[in-house]
Design a protein around this ligand. Structure first.
Ligand SMILES: [Ca+2]
Length: 171
């Protein structure tokens, strides 16, 4: 986890990994577990990818990932709801968009968020390579993305999840 600027209750471990020896595990009870990294340059268009595996989840949703402004304000997030549906959160409008697509089974999944900020911004979410139908056009504001977040910063979540192969790019 050394590449992240800040890490809270996410730890590298070898028991669960998608690739290589290590995965980053959150194992929390009523706590936040997230890591944040300031991007070397702000982005208006990006692709954020990760692998994740849910080991346990209490009756609460949790964020897999968020994108923030350089000043730390949340812009967008991808969550798994209590009923395991993939949900997109637009923090600019403070709206939630719950898909009809569930995270199934107990294995590893890939998640990909393709996003363009702007008043006529766009969002595409892929779970295991398949497009998750949600509203495609979003007013995400005009502030570019300056920070990457992995995990959920809410301090009242109970779940166990492992992340691996986290990356951000422009395509
Ligand atoms: Ca790994």
């Amino acid at each position: 986890m050394s590449k992240w600027d800040s890490v809270k209750l996410l730890h590298a471990q070898t028991a669960e990994a998608f690739e290589g020896s290590f995965g980053a595990r959150a194992d929390v009870v009523n706590a936040a577990a997230d890591a944040r990294e300031r991007l070397s340059q702000t982005l208006t268009q990006l692709v954020y990818r990760a692998r994740f595996k849910i080991l346990a989840q209490s009756t609460n949703p949790f964020y897999l990932m968020k994108l923030r402004a350089a000043a730390d304000d949340s812009i967008a997030g991808l969550a798994v709801t209590t009923s395991k549906f993939i949900e997109f959160r637009n923090f600019n409008l403070d709206t939630k968009h719950t898909s009809a697509v569930k995270v199934s089974g107990s294995g590893w999944h890939s998640i990909e968020l393709r996003m363009t900020v702007g008043t006529s911004g766009s969002v595409q979410v892929f779970l295991d390579g398949t497009l998750v139908p949600i509203q495609a056009t979003h007013n995400l504001g005009t502030t570019p993305v300056g920070k990457l977040q992995l995990g959920d910063n809410n301090n009242d979540r109970t779940y166990q999840v492992v992340y691996d192969n986290v990356s951000i790019g422009t395509d």
